[in-house]
Unconditional design. Structure first.
Length: 268
DNA sequence: CTTATCCCCTGCCGGC
DNA sequence: TGCCGGCAGGGGATAA
């Protein structure tokens, strides 16, 4: 799932359903979930404590428990928290981790592809957060700042938008949809974009993020893989369908290692 | 320094 | 119905 909009919504749900509650027990089902410590370390850090603050930075979730270590959560492709009254007994609901709350209720961490990672860090100043560029939602770059980011870069504009060290939060779908709205071809070398195109990008992508967050808030943006999920995107996963702007068939190619949808007719 | 490729994993979908 | 290839919102490691 997660790009910035989904991670932002995940942070809001965690503030509603997890923050302020005491964690009675932590159960790690999949020992590979915790990237930099033993499962016992997570239990020691969280059991008996209260998550008092939840932050988002780029695609990372930060769960603070008082003065203890911070738990970094990266959802990667399929990670998500579910809040339920009781831990499921049947194996029909596999989960990688479970937080039992003292006042009742359970937070489950589901992640079918098992790419997601938890990390315990003493502070937020070092790796991996220090490597992130400015947050695409909190500090959206204006045209001038974008100009600095792309200056001299031969890398494709799509790869640059997805590079978390330059700008944190955008992923494959965001990059595809934003470049479509700006009518810029995804494989254009970033450094060759004209000032007017940078201005167009700078205007479009905060608006796109707000739109996606609002949609997700209304629970309209769901995994495409979920039963009954509808593709709400303009061109993502619409190869062969006519472009809404010019009618040309939407094309797909692999760029920066990811499936990239674009309109060969009007994205220049 | 870049960029490209492979890898990590499971699940769904469409075609045959 | 069953099998198989393609595809999937992430990034890290490695090679060139």
């Amino acid at each position: 799932m997660p790009e910035l909009p989904e991670v932002e919504i995940a942070a809001r749900r965690l503030r509603e359903s997890l923050a302020g509650r005491r964690i009675a027990a932590v159960r790690i089902v999949d020992p590979k979930l915790l990237a930099n410590a033993a499962p016992a370390a997570l239990a020691a850090a969280l059991e008996g404590s209260v998550i008092d603050r939840v932050e988002r930075r780029g695609k990372y979730l930060l769960l603070h428990a008082g003065s203890g270590p911070v738990l970094l959560v990266h959802l990667r492709m399929t990670g998500r928290f579910l809040f339920v009254e009781q831990a499921p007994e049947t194996p029909g609901h596999p989960f990688r981790c479970l937080f039992q709350l003292a006042e009742g209720g359970v937070a489950l961490f589901r992640d079918p592809r098992r790419f997601a990672r938890f990390e315990l860090r003493e502070d937020v100043g070092g790796a991996p957060l220090a490597a992130l560029g400015p947050d695409a939602l909190v500090e959206p770059p204006d045209a001038a700042r974008l100009g600095q980011l792309v200056a001299g870069r031969r890398q494709s504009i799509k790869a640059l938008l997805m590079d978390q060290r330059r700008l944190a939060g955008l992923g494959n779908i965001c990059a595809i949809e934003i470049l479509y709205r700006a009518a810029i071809a995804p494989d254009r070398p970033a450094g060759e974009l004209a000032p007017g195109e940078l201005a167009s990008l700078a205007e479009i992508f905060p608006a796109y993020l707000e739109w996606a967050i609002a949609r997700q808030e209304r629970r309209e943006l769901v995994y495409l893989g979920e039963r009954g999920a509808e593709n709400v995107f303009t061109i993502y996963r619409r190869r062969g369908e006519p472009c809404p702007r010019c009618g040309t068939a939407i094309a797909r190619r692999v760029l920066a290692g990811r499936g990239t949808y674009f309109c060969p007719g009007c994205q220049r």
